[in-house]
Ligand binder design. Structure first.
Ligand code: NAP
Ligand code: F7E
Length: 340
């Protein structure tokens, strides 16, 4: 039986990847940072909580990382844990760097000293492209990160390449573009939009406040993307791959798709910081622009070319943005119905 260790199993990707690996017959071990509040919502939602063995773990603690690897003896490590929210990385850049950059190095160095045969997946990101130097972005596009998060991931990306080339470790880096799902963290823009507009549709008086609605992202579905992670570790040779849909849409377009799916009659009015959305049935403003949600430096446009993954991994995205919106809103509606 193959053993896989997933760091960050309580996050969005950790949950979908754990489900995939369990279905493939793996014994799955998951790392968890202690906290006083409930952490297992995603794993319980996917009905896999009792199939996973959990280990206390923090990327800041080298001996803890080494002990978990020694105890679980994994064939594959999927390193998904990170401080992954870009705005937070501007607030806590040093902690972000320690977790994301040095945390990755701590794992790679542990693999190198404990068992070089362990295969390693690094969760790299399109945020490394930042102020894009080429459209669309490929594995060869130069990086120009625009946040401490992006910079921290450039380090973890290159240290993965370096350990692969220096010590012959099967270490692959997936340069994943934004991917979303019903289990996406609540502060990311897609989930913030679908959950808030769903509540408003069901009677909430709140106003959805957003930042730069003209930013464009290449959004895919997390369920499709974790399959690419697994494929990377099944290849004879480790390598780096862009995982993306090849299509880009603005935050404004994502809002429009959500409003339409929820059957709102609405109108955009005003301009710039005064732009807003009015619900034509109630006459009330339901979406506003708020400067609080703008970033010190923005990534304006991301669009990936997944050609290499298509050719070499035989991977392709299967979920359109419209379908993704449907998946997310349907889940948000089911949560509201469960509450009342
Ligand atoms: P996520 O939902 O934010 O999950 C992050 C996970 O990391 C959580 O389980 C979190 O645990 C854990 N973690 C954070 N700090 C830690 C620490 N110091 N020690 C141990 N665990 C820690 O992220 P995701 O969306 O699933 O993304 C997975 C990975 O892919 C991340 O590395 C992210 O940077 C990267 N990525 C994501 C995307 C995307 O669009 N989703 C795209 C490209 C790359 P807690 O539950 O304790 O917070
Ligand atoms: O922002 C704009 C915001 O926070 C997307 C992480 O998983 O994907 C994610 O990073 C865009 C940005 O994701 C709001 O300015 C407007 O341009 O959903 P996000 P992200 O920053 O792209 C990458 C690939 C990762 O690796 C990261 O870990 O939306 N935006 N208004 C807003 N963003 C947020 N969060 N909230 C708003 O109100």
């Amino acid at each position: 039986m193959k053993r896989a260790l997933i760091t960050g199993i309580t996050g969005q990707d950790g949950a979908y990847l754990a489900k995939l690996l369990i279905e493939k017959g793996y014994k799955v071990y998951g790392t968890v940072r202690r906290s006083t509040s409930e952490k297992f919502v995603n794993l319980k939602y996917l009905n896999i909580y009792d199939k996973i063995k959990f280990y206390d773990f923090d990327l800041l603690e080298l001996s803890n990382i080494q002990n978990v690897i020694k105890e679980t003896k994994p064939h594959e490590i999927y390193h998904l844990a990170a401080q992954s929210f870009v705005p937070t990385s501007f607030q806590v850049p040093i902690v972000t760097t320690d977790i994301n950059s040095l945390g990755t190095l701590r794992i790679l160095d542990s693999i190198n000293s404990i068992n070089k045969k362990i295969k390693f997946y690094q969760a790299s990101t399109s945020e490394m492209f930042g102020k894009v130097q080429q459209i669309p972005q490929t594995e060869k596009t130069p990086f120009y990160p625009r946040s401490p998060y992006g910079v921290s991931k450039v380090f973890s990306h290159w240290i993965t390449v370096n350990y692969r080339e220096s010590y012959n470790i099967h270490a692959s880096s997936g340069i994943l573009f934004n991917h979303e799902s019903p289990l996406r963290g609540g502060e990311f823009v897609t989930k913030k939009i679908t959950s808030s507009l769903t509540r408003i549709k069901h009677g909430s008086k709140e106003v959805l406040k957003v930042g730069n609605i003209n930013a464009k992202r290449d959004w895919g579905y997390a369920g499709d993307y974790v399959y690419a992670m697994w494929l990377m570790l099944q290849q004879k040779n480790a390598d780096d791959y862009v995982i993306a849909t090849g299509k880009t849409h603005s935050v404004r377009e994502f809002i429009n798709l959500t409003l339409k799916y929820l059957n709102f009659e609405y109108k955009w009015v005003g301009q710039g910081m005064n732009e807003r959305v009015i619900n034509l049935n109630s006459g009330k403003t339901i979406i506003k622009i708020d400067k609080e949600f703008f970033r010190p430096a923005e990534v304006d446009l991301l669009i990936g070319n997944p050609g290499k993954a298509k050719r070499k991994l035989k991977w392709k995205p299967n979920t359109s943005l419209k379908k993704l919106v449907k998946l997310m809103v349907d889940y948000d509606v089911s949560q509201i119905k469960k509450t009342y």
